[in-house]
Design a protein around this ligand. Sequence first.
Ligand code: ZN
Length: 367
Amino acid sequence: MFSETNLRELLEFTSPQPVLSVYLNTEPSEGNADVYKLRLRNMLKSVNLPKDVAAVERYFDREYDWSGRSVAVFSCSGENFFRAYPLALAVRDFIFVGDRPSVKILADLMDNYGGYGVVLVDKQGARLFYFHLGELREQDGVLGELVKHTKRGGASSKPGRRGGTAGQTQYADEVVERNMKEAADFAVRFFEENHVRRVLIGGTDDNVAQFRSLLPKAWQSLVKGTFAIGMTASHAEVLARTMQIGNEAERQREASLVENLITTALKKGNATIGVEDTLKAVSEGRAQTLVVSEGFHLAGYRCTGCYNLTLSGASNHCTVCGAKLEAVPDVIELAVGEAMRRGGEVEVMHANPSFEKHGSIGAYLRY
Ligand SMILES: [Zn+2]
């Protein structure tokens, strides 16, 4: 399991020797080991680090069990450094060589899907789950005293007269209060033991509200969502609800990134939006963070002299250096590769209409 400790180690690792980072999507529903290995070989073709390439290939040949949805692998043979993290979440294929591991994708996963504590609560007890990066890591439960709502001795049959039941009702409330308090205390211990970073509460509105009010303030502030769900829900159902909330967090992060990018670009700040301007910025090595819609492809041209990328091949010659242009099937993919090669980051946006209206590509610039 990939943890905060692993992330810190990767963040702190730097080396004068090149570090190879590979993220491979291995979604079991979309192919098999042979298909993924072929894609991996194609990705590794561009890497001139024979020992690291061999280490990565050895891992996929001998160690990886192909049950995960993706894998992150980091190799720096010069420092005898090799780490591989199978993931239960899908990521896009990505390869990078630099003086440190490329951890952006993993860091984003941790932000959106890391450290979820989920409580299902009712009047008698609670079920607790710890989900991390799309996997159930721990579960536990606490069951208090049975809450009896039955009236003693058929006390009242007359409408408006509930004689004899008041004490019973009060007693039931006390039992509920005690059960909830016990569940809240138990939950806090569970959260602490599992280093939970955010809390979701499932149950009826009343139960959720009461449970929430019994949590210490520090934990109340970590409640990121509540939802209606039955106490007998399977952990797969609970995970599905948790992932929904993770997806929503990711969608919101993307939406604000796009909004900021568009505003900055329109104000002539350090950003660009639209295909031609962004290709120009990438070609000039100015793209710090290239932002692109998932699945966005476009045919275009590349200069055979200076590798300038452009959509416009009308003149047949590069406007920068005058060399001949060659037609390429996907100029966007080349831009992604070029931005990364120059040490930039790449952010892939999912179904963002506002971004698509502005050309589906843009970049934050270095200068
Ligand atoms: Zn040129």
